[in-house]
Design a protein around this ligand. Sequence first.
Ligand SMILES: C[S@@+](CC[C@H](N)C(=O)[O-])C[C@H]1O[C@@H](n2cnc3c(N)ncnc32)[C@H](O)[C@@H]1O
Length: 305
Amino acid sequence: MYHAPVLLRETIEALLIEQDGCFVDATFGGGGHSGALLEALGPKGRLYSFDQDLDAAQNARQSPFAGDARFTFIHSNFRFIQRQLRSEGVRPGSVSGIMADLGVSSYQLDTPERGFSYRFDAELDMRMNPTEGQTAADILNTYSADELQRVFGELGEVRNARTLAKACTDARATRPFSTTGELNELCEKLAMGERMRYRSQVFQALRMEVNDELGALETFLNESLQMLAPGGRLAVITFHSLEDRMVKNFFKSGNVSGELNKDFYGNISRPMEQLTKKPIEASDVENRENPRARSAKLRVAIKTR
Ligand SMILES: C[S@@+](CC[C@H](N)C(=O)[O-])C[C@H]1O[C@@H](n2cnc3c(N)ncnc32)[C@H](O)[C@@H]1O
């Protein structure tokens, strides 16, 4: 299976407010959420699904709903959602619902040559779109020790980020990084706490940097708000505390830093209203069946009128 969708029922129920509306799935992956949305949509409904990954694009072309006239796949980073939708003739202020299920798919993690996982020895790549940008090896070989410390500390919450960053710059002076195995070796020596957790924090931090995941999310949130119709909904599933905080702040204030905007009279303007104050989490049953669901948090907000 390409990817087991997380919080599927909860997302569709929260998002699908009208059967014949125009909807967007920003992260097609294995098409789990897109397929469920199409099933629930009426004959006049429309679904635009994005993914920047070439394998996901291929998967979309081969999916059972590829020939569905209500469905369009857009091979692009979701940070370009506004430009891409406009070029499909979708006007800002007209979309009923937009969703994103962030991070990597199981397929990406389980494909050794993509370099996302510490479980295989492979090229240190980690690009979701392998046709552009820097690889994880490029970052390890060119970033300064301070920059690497930021990546490991902020994105991976690695406790000894400074030591790890210094170890990387020392190691590359003898031999530049090229494989996941080399990074694993370093993690093995420096791991603090549980080894697997340490490695996954380090790998996750690099992946987020390679793909500028926080930058893409911020642009996506801003542009999605523009595209939504008043009363339209935005549903985002996150797996990382920094992403969850950005989404929570955005839903509260209309910007990722959470700064409240006041008008001339001191009234707070809120472009969105959260559907539930607390994020929706997976049930015990789903967590048992799909361990990836354990860290998933779904937040949904409605664009105010
Ligand atoms: C967790 S998977 C989505 C799984 C999907 N909901 C399903 O049920 O099969 C995340 C997908 O989002 C894609 N992705 C992540 N960041 C992206 C971005 N900035 N732009 C476009 N696609 C992105 C990844 O390539 C991956 O295929």
